[in-house]
Design a binder for this molecule. Sequence first.
Ligand SMILES: Nc1ncnc2c1ncn2[C@@H]1O[C@H](COP(=O)(O)OP(=O)(O)OP(=O)(O)O)[C@@H](O)[C@H]1O
Length: 270
Amino acid sequence: MTTTIADPVVSSRSPTDVILQARSLTKHYRSGNHNVTAFKDLTLSLHPGEIVCLLGPSGCGKSSLLQAIASLEPIDAGEIQFLGQPLQQPHPRIGFVFQEPALLPWQTVWQNVSFGLELKQGPQLSEAQRRSRISDALNRVGLAGAERAYPRQLSGGMAQRVALARALARHPHLLLLDEPFAALDAIHRLEMQKLLLEAIAGQTEAVLMVTHDLDEALLLGDRIILMHRNPGRFGQQWIIPQPRPRFQKLTDLSALRAEILQALSDSLTA
Ligand SMILES: Nc1ncnc2c1ncn2[C@@H]1O[C@H](COP(=O)(O)OP(=O)(O)OP(=O)(O)O)[C@@H](O)[C@H]1O
């Protein structure tokens, strides 16, 4: 079952619409004298209201897939459509958060979030619109008041909130998250997981998230896709049969958790 993220702007979209359609994607890297196939023949659709989590062993191509969808890395075969249009370059309505916040150390929090709006193909925003977007994004991540701080003055959790605000300022239809909370301790991770759900409400339509943490996938995902490696490819997928938020209800998913854990364990030897 999927939970629709209510959004006055996007409520006209039906869950049968497609935000992202990727067909038969293949990606090779040249490594020394040989090619590494990061992933092969991946097909994926993301629908409005969905958070989809990718789980899988190291090297199965999760990050490469996100980078391909973000148009940060070219693909060797296949096609990606975003909102029905071919996607060939970074799109202003796709936000990206990496494991490292990657903030510019010489710029303030406000300037770092503003940087998310610096895209050649981005919408022409007036100064007032720009300010409003940055201010709204900082509010969403609970950083109103920290606008003038520099990255060195921030904790790891705060820095990651800035990175999230930078992505949200784009008003993304699609948010790509590559292990965004992996570097945080358990308490801050939980805080950020809750904050993420609140921050995307009413704005972001679909989320594709890479995580190594099965509990995180069960907490946040509406759908979990297992990836295998050599070459990277999709395996089983599971629909999470409970609406979000489910912070108090993980024990209800213990049978499903055990099933996914077994599949993950099997994938290590596949
Ligand atoms: N820039 C690169 N040049 C050469 N090979 C690469 C490059 N980036 C990734 N690879 C290779 O592509 C494959 C997929 O890597 P990728 O980082 O996408 O996997 P992953 O599932 O995200 O791994 P992890 O969970 O460890 O982050 C691996 O074999 C990796 O070594």
